[in-house]
Design a protein around this ligand. Sequence first.
Ligand SMILES: NC(=O)c1ccc[n+]([C@@H]2O[C@H](COP(=O)([O-])OP(=O)(O)OC[C@H]3O[C@@H](n4cnc5c(N)ncnc54)[C@H](O)[C@@H]3O)[C@@H](O)[C@H]2O)c1
Length: 289
Amino acid sequence: MSERPGARPSPHPSPRGGEGGFRFEGKVVVVTGAGSGIGRVIAHRFAAEGAKVAVVDWLGDRADGVAAEISTAGGKAAAFRADVSQAPEVEAMVAQVESQLGHVDVLINNAAIADGDDVLRIDEATWDRDVAVVLRSVFLCSKAALHSMIGRHGGAIVNIASVNGISALGNEAYSAAKAGVINLTQSIAVRYGANGIRCNAIAPGTIRTPIWQERVDRDPVVFERLVKWYPLGRVGEPDDVANAAMFLASEEASWITGIVLRVDGGLLAGSARMTRELLAEAGSEELEP
Ligand SMILES: NC(=O)c1ccc[n+]([C@@H]2O[C@H](COP(=O)([O-])OP(=O)(O)OC[C@H]3O[C@@H](n4cnc5c(N)ncnc54)[C@H](O)[C@@H]3O)[C@@H](O)[C@H]2O)c1
């Protein structure tokens, strides 16, 4: 793992940041699925820039562990156990966040699972569960946070979608739900823009996180093999997604809403491997890197 969590002051504090120059000083940031992978690193990074972070995960011990890591590193964080696909748990979680930390300024909808197989093999229950955790969770958490964001005329929502929501790359239920997340992002952006709320999505390509562990156990060189599809010649790291999430949540993105920002090493720009092979067939000499 090459995650680089750890609360530390930003080496490049925003000139428009709050006290101490940190971009998110005193802001309440809710990160779902923050007990692992990308969410964990996003939680650390916001805390390092002064935010009070709600570390939300349905595995309470994971949420507790990440909140403790952040506190040990000098940041402010509290753990909340909730299954974000279930309305009563989401409503209770947001109420607890607001009473312990304050009103939600930033919501990062990051939790997801991808248990399904292709259309002919996935059963209905697995389909429903994948879609609920990936898409219904974004609806429920956004709804719960929007109430107070509208009242205070401000807030930012960042939805972690996927390149799977844009192109056919397997995991059909997960992918269809991620496409829904991208569309819902646009609906929230358009409908609540006049209320001072921005909503954007990030579509990561392959990111080295524990969600890949089962695949790595079966195929230890999976990342090395995937690299050939990436024009930038590497798979992503959680910090690549965290950089984009912090930008989209920040004042620097104050006139950006309803977008899907691909953080994918160029994957969807075209196939590096196919281009090399086509050029080779054409006898081009430019191809060898
Ligand atoms: N890793 C990748 O290659 C990749 C690529 C594209 C998009 N993404 C997206 O990035 C996000 C984070 O993925 P990751 O790789 O860090 O995954 P991960 O499995 O490492 O972490 C996900 C966390 O979400 C939690 N979670 C799952 N379901 C939940 C629920 N119903 N309620 C609350 N918590 C729940 C899990 O317990 C886990 O701690 C996901 O939205 C995923 O779809 C990941």
